[in-house]
Design a protein around this ligand. Structure first.
Ligand code: AMP
Length: 582
C-alpha cells in the first residue's frame, strides 16, 4: 500500500467535523487496505505504531523535525523557521516547502506504507548518543521522497499532533461499516474493550470476520479497558437504582492499578493503560507473595499510607511514585497499600461476564491479605440508613467516599464503560461548594492586568461519547495559584493547535487552542443553561448548552485519566435535571 492513500484519507478527514462522514471516509479506506496491513493503518490513523498500552511513544522534538525539513528541502534554516512560525504548524510548513521543490525532484521513490512504518519505528527506537542524528536522517529520507500531502502528515505524526480526529469509537464505527453489519458494532467494541488493541480487532475482523472478533478474550499481559462508575446525588437514589440492595465499598483515593500476574511476571497498568510496573516494585513483590493461583488479572487502588500508623494519606503523596529516577528512595519514603476490588480473570477462566459477587468471591479466594495488600472494605446493605453509616465510616477512615456496586445477575465487568452497575458517592457531593468534575482543557484566554503574560482563564469541556465530541462547559479562571499558572503553558504546549480541535464543539473564541489531553478537577456550584456553551447540546433546545457556574480548580490534575474518561455530557445533564427538580 502507498502512504499517499493514507495521507489523502487524513486530508479528507480533516475537512469534515461530521462523525458520520468521518466514519464513511475511514470505512472506504479500510476496505482498500490489504488485511495484513490493516493493523498498521489503524494504529497510524491514531498517530501511533502500537496499541495504546505499549509504552514506546513515537515523537520527535520540533527542532529535530525542523532540521529534517531543512535537510530535505535544502533551503536555509531561517526560511523554514519563518514559514513554520507563519503556519503555526510544522506539518503545514513541510507541505508547502515540499510543494516548492517537487518539480525539481525527479528521482524520488513513491513511499510505501512498509517503508514509512519501518522508518517511524527506527525513529521511535533510536536511543543513545547518536539518536538525534539517526532520527533526523530517517525523517529526512522520508521527506525527500514525500509528496506535499505526505510531508504534512509525516511531520504531524512525528510531532505527536495528528489533528485528524480519528478517535477509537469512530474507528470502531468504520470497522463495522467496512467489514460487518450494524448489529456487529457492539461485539466489535466489546473486543476492543477487553483487548485494548484496536489493531488486533481490525485485523481479526478483516481476516476472520465477526466470528474471529467474538473469540477475542481477556488475556493476561494485555490490559483491559477499565470499568467506570456513574454518580448519583443521594444514597436513596443509589439504592433505588441498584434494586434496593447493593455492595458498598470504601472509595480509596490513590491510583488505580490493574495487575496482570503470570507465573513468570507481574505487570501493573494504570487506567490510561500506562505501564506502572517499575513505579511500584513493592506492590509487584507483595502480589507475588500474596497471590495463590497460577495467573490472574486483578484490579485495585494503590493508596499512600503513613509508614508507622498505616493511616491513609492524601492521594498527592502517590505522585512521588510516578517518577522515572530515584525509585528506591521513593519506595522507601512513600509507602503505599494496594486495596484490591475486582478480579477479571483467574487461572484460565475469563470472569468479566460473571456477576460481581462471584468475582469478589474469586478475588477473596486467590489472595492472602497482608499489611500492604488488602481487599477493599465491603459491606452488603439494603437500606439508606446502613449506607449512611458505611459512608461515615469510609470518611472516618480517610477515604473520599464510597462505591456502590450492583449485585444483580447482570452485574458483569463492563470493560471500558461507564454505567450504573457501579455508582460513586463522594464527600464533596455534600459540601455547599458543590460537586467535582473532571474537565478537559480545550482552549485558553490571554491574561490581563495581574495575569498579563500568563493565561487568564481556560476553556474547559466535557466528553460526549455518543458523538465522540468534546463540548465546552465553562471558562475556568479561579483556583489557580501563581506557580500553577506559570507552569500551565509548558504543560499544555505539547497539545497546542492552531485552531479548535476537530473533535470540539464550541461557540467560544479562545486565544489559544489545545487538542483534548489534559484533565483538571473542577468544583462547580450549579449547572445552568447557557447560550455560549455546548455541553449536552443535542438534548437541549437549539442554541443552548449546559454550563458549570462558579467553577474553581481544586488543585488536582487528573493525569491518571485519559480525555475520554472526563465527566460526560450525560452526567452533567442528569445532574442538571436532578437540580431543576429539587
Ligand atoms: P472517579 O475517579 O471519581 O471517576 O472514581 C472512579 C475511581 O475510583 C476508579 O477508577 C478507582 O480508581 C477508584 N476506586 C477507589 N476505590 C474503589 C473501589 N472500591 N471500587 C472501584 N473503584 C474504586
Amino acid at each position: 500500500m502507498l502512504y499517499e492513500e493514507l495521507a489523502r484519507c487524513y486530508d479528507r478527514l480533516e475537512g469534515t467535523s461530521s462523525r458520520l462522514e468521518m466514519t464513511s471516509i475511514l470505512a472506504e479506506m479500510f476496505q482498500e487496505v490489504p488485511p495484513d496491513e490493516l493493523r498498521q493503518v489503524v494504529y497510524l490513523s491514531q498517530g501511533k505504531l502500537h496499541p495504546d498500552y505499549v509504552t514506546e511513544k513515537l515523537g520527535m522534538a520540533d527542532k529535530l523535525i525542523l532540521r529534517a525539513i531543512v535537510d530535505a528541502s535544502r533551503l536555509p534554516e531561517e526560511q523554514v523557521t519563518e514559514l513554520w512560525m507563519k503556519e503555526g504548524d510544522l506539518g503545514a510548513a513541510a507541505e508547502s516547502l515540499v510543494a516548492q521543490k517537487v518539480q525539481t525532484n525527479l528521482f524520488s521513490q513513491p513511499l510505501t506504507l512498509e517503508r514509512v512504518v519501518s522508518n517511524l519505528r527506527g525513529i521511535e527506537a533510536a536511543e543513545g548518543r547518536n539518536s538525534q542524528n539517526t532520527k533526523v536522517k530517517l525523517l529526512t529520507s522520508l521527506l525527500h521522497d514525500a509528496s506535499p500531502l505526505e510531508a504534512r502528515y509525516l511531520c504531524r505524526t512525528v510531532t505527536g499532533r495528528m489533528r485528524v480526529g480519528a478517535a477509537s469509537m469512530t474507528i470502531l464505527d468504520a470497522l463495522a461499516l467496512a467489514f460487518g453489519a450494524k448489529e456487529d458494532r457492539a461485539d466489535i467494541e466489546r473486543a476492543f474493550n477487553v483487548s485494548s488493541d484496536i489493531g488486533t480487532v481490525a485485523q481479526q475482523l478483516a481476516e476472520g470476520g465477526i466470528e474471529a472478533v467474538r473469540s477475542i478474550e481477556v488475556q493476561v499481559g494485555r490490559p483491559v479497558r477499565s470499568m467506570l462508575a456513574e454518580r448519583l446525588p443521594s444514597l436513596e437514589e443509589v439504592l433505588e437504582k441498584l434494586g434496593g440492595a447493593c455492595a458498598l465499598e470504601y472509595k480509596y483515593d490513590g491510583i488505580r492499578v490493574q495487575a496482570h500476574i503470570s507465573p513468570s511476571d507481574v505487570k501493573l497498568y494504570s487506567r490510561r493503560l500506562e505501564d506502572l510496573t517499575s513505579n511500584f516494585p513493592d506492590v509487584v513483590e507483595g502480589l507475588r507473595r500474596s497471590f495463590k493461583g497460577e495467573e490472574a488479572i486483578l484490579e485495585g487502588e494503590c493508596v499512600p499510607v503513613e509508614r508507622e500508623s498505616g493511616k491513609l494519606l492524601p492521594f498527592q503523596e502517590v505522585a512521588h511514585r510516578r517518577r522515572k529516577f530515584g525509585m528506591e528512595e521513593a519506595v522507601r519514603d512513600y509507602p503505599v497499600r494496594l486495596f484490591l476490588f475486582d478480579c477479571v480473570k483467574l487461572d484460565g477462566e475469563d470472569l468479566n461476564m460473571r456477576p460481581f459477587p462471584c468475582r469478589r468471591e474469586m478475588l477473596a479466594s486467590c489472595v492472602e491479605e497482608t499489611a500492604g495488600l488488602q481487599l477493599s472494605r465491603m459491606e452488603l446493605v439494603d437500606s439508606a440508613a446502613e449506607a449512611e453509616e458505611f459512608f461515615s465510616a469510609a470518611l472516618e477512615a480517610g477515604c473520599e467516599g464510597i462505591m456502590a456496586k450492583s449485585v444483580l445477575d447482570n452485574s458483569v465487568y463492563r470493560a471500558g464503560n461507564r454505567g450504573f452497575l457501579w455508582i460513586k458517592y463522594k464527600k464533596d457531593y455534600r459540601s455547599d461548594l458543590g460537586d467535582t468534575f473532571d474537565l478537559v482543557v480545550v482552549g485558553a484566554f490571554a491574561g490581563k492586568g495581574k495575569r498579563k503574560g500568563v493565561y487568564g482563564a481556560l476553556l474547559m469541556a466535557v466528553y460526549d461519547p455518543e458523538s465522540d465530541v468534546y463540548q465546552t462547559a465553562c471558562k475556568l479562571g479561579s483556583g489557580f495559584d501563581d506557580a500553577f499558572l506559570a507552569k500551565l503553558p509548558e504543560m499544555l504546549e505539547p497539545h497546542s493547535a492552531p485552531s479548535p480541535s476537530l473533535r470540539l464543539s464550541t461557540r467560544m473564541e479562545a486565544d489559544h487552542w489545545f487538542e483534548p489531553a489534559v484533565l483538571l478537577e473542577v468544583m462547580g456550584a450549579e449547572i445552568s443553561l447557557s447560550p455560549v456553551h455546548t455541553a449536552a447540546e443535542s438534548s437541549l433546545p437549539e442554541g443552548s448548552g449546559l454550563a458549570l457556574r462558579f467553577p474553581r480548580f481544586t488543585g488536582r490534575v487528573r493525569d491518571d485519566k485519559a480525555p475520554e474518561q472526563a465527566t460526560t455530557a450525560e452526567e452533567l445533564l442528569t445532574m442538571y435535571r436532578g437540580q431543576s427538580s429539587e
